[in-house]
Design a protein around this ligand. Structure first.
Ligand code: FAD
Length: 446
């Protein structure tokens, strides 16, 4: 009860807390409402108190109190996750990491940071010495690096550098444990996979070493096409052009471009659009490729010109869904990974079969060393049974669905328990206090 929380705050001493009910409720939410399935399940979930540590030693103190009093602890970055990753299912402490936002050091090729640093702020700093983030989500202006590692997968840059779980994209982390005596452990090399994309279920990340990429002068472009499959095949051809330096290859079927308010005057109605970022030096070969696929450039700006204003980045990845939903809130989405295929047969089949019910949106990326079209199609939602049929249709034909309509870690990912992450939880969070209810392996086996 409230009395106990007052005592808890007193024990935290100087550490900043928020106990105002409406603020706590707000800081218990993320963007799960993109899913009509998750919305009713999560909208009433709230923590009891928000704690905002400023240092690793403050995190240790909170961890110790949570262990001593067996209080659930859910870590939060900026709360931009899409599946309720940071929504507390069992109340307790929301550990908001946004005040731990120091950049510890930056050297050529690598940065060491606290988890609460916002991705855009970090990118800006590393650019000062000629390096940039290898990849970031379209929420880079608000999202934190800790939350991206804890709950994200990849994004702008993944066309070249793969996804976060690909080997070498996270060098090291410091983690606070929830053992009887919480302590700090350092994970390097393969060991980082213990906590990478674990939804904060098995440790609190307090510092990260992130590899960087050399900066290029980027150009943002929108190219339009009459035919969707021409746009998709153009996307694949550009993605396969290893000599062209690129950061983003995003393909949207009509009517998606009409949802992009700042751009829709430029995109003829009924056209498909490719949203691209390529290095300035790749513009000439790109123009030739565009011509080969009967595309037309309708928008072109350098990154310097877009840095403060509208950027196409915020119309790609799951921002595409956001813009679609701002026009029609009944729309939702799926996450697919199509098999590598020179002819894109399954994409064509889905495009023809579903028509306007599943509107194709592709993001080309590398993963496990291979190029794949990933999909974030916009879905006209009718009911859960139909949504499951759509998922089944894709799976029966060899696409992988990363289901965004579940808050369970394994069900959204590869559908199997990650034993390494589960064993890590057994050792370092033996009471199961971290983000309870999210890891199926733990819920099933204890
Ligand atoms: P949060 O949502 O706060 O947390 C995410 C998870 O990480 C939670 O489980 C939390 O418990 C855990 N966590 C946070 N901090 C820590 C820590 N210090 N230690 C341990 N665990 C921690 N994602 C992509 O990957 N690519 C995209 O392109 C993309 N586009 C998006 C577009 C929109 C419009 C929206 C709404 C979301 C998008 N996302 C995308 C999802 C999300 O924005 C990103 O994954 C983002 O990086 C999450 O960061 P955050 O700080 O908001 O994390």
């Amino acid at each position: 009860d409230q009395h106990n929380w007052d005592d808890f705050c007193a024990m935290l001493g100087e550490i900043e807390t928020i106990s105002d009910r409406s603020q706590v409720a707000k800081l218990s939410q993320d963007y799960y409402h993109f899913s009509p399935i998750l919305k009713p399940l999560l909208q009433d979930k709230t923590g009891d108190i928000v704690v905002l540590p400023r240092s690793e030693s403050e995190v240790l103190k909170v961890a110790k109190l949570c262990v001593d009093y067996q209080i659930p602890l859910t870590v939060r970055g900026a709360g931009t996750g899409n599946y309720g990753q940071c929504v507390p299912l069992k109340g307790g402490v929301i550990l908001d990491m946004s005040k731990m936002n120091n950049i510890v050091w930056i050297k050529p090729g690598c940065a060491c940071v606290e988890p609460g640093v916002k991705l855009a702020a970090l990118d800006k700093k590393t650019r000062e010495i000629g390096w940039e983030l290898r990849m970031f989500p379209s929420t880079y202006r608000t999202a934190t690096i800790g939350g991206f590692i804890g709950g994200g997968s990849g994004g702008i840059g993944s066309i070249t550098y793969g996804q976060l779980r690909d080997n070498g994209n996270l060098h090291a982390v410091r983690v606070v444990t929830l053992e009887a005596e919480p302590r700090i452990i350092e994970l390097r090399g393969d060991a980082v996979q213990n906590i990478n994309h674990a939804y904060g279920t098995n440790g609190i990340i307090t510092q990260l070493e992130i590899p960087l990429a050399p900066v290029y002068p980027w150009v943002e472009l929108i190219v339009t096409f009459n035919e969707f499959m021409n746009a998709a095949k153009f996307g694949q051809a550009l993605s396969q052009s290893d000599g062209m330096i690129k950061k983003l290859v995003s393909i949207c079927a009509a009517p998606i471009p009409s949802y992009f308010i700042p751009f829709r005057e430029m995109i003829p109605s009924g056209e498909q659009a490719a949203l691209l970022m390529v290095a300035e030096t790749s513009l000439e070969p790109l123009q030739e490729l565009i011509k080969n696929f009967q595309g037309k450039i309708c928008y072109q700006k350098s990154t310097q010109e877009t840095v403060k204003g509208t950027t196409i980045i915020e119309f790609t990845w799951n921002h595409t869904t956001l813009h679609a939903r701002s026009i029609d809130p009944s729309l939702t989405y799926l996450q697919t990974l199509f098999p590598a295929d020179p002819e894109l047969k399954l994409i064509q089949e889905c495009y023809d079969y579903f028509g306007d019910e599943v509107i194709q949106h592709l993001e080309f990326l590398r993963t496990g060393g291979n190029l794949h079209p990933a999909g974030l199609p916009i879905v006209r939602f009718t009911n859960e049974a139909r949504l499951n049929e759509i998922i089944q249709y894709h799976e029966d034909r060899g696409a992988i669905i990363f289901n965004p309509h579940t808050y369970i870690l394994e069900d959204g990912g590869m559908k199997k328990v990650d034993l390494q992450q589960l064993n890590f939880k057994r050792k370092y969070d033996p009471l199961g206090l971290l983000n309870p209810g999210k890891m199926r392996g733990w819920v099933d086996n204890g």
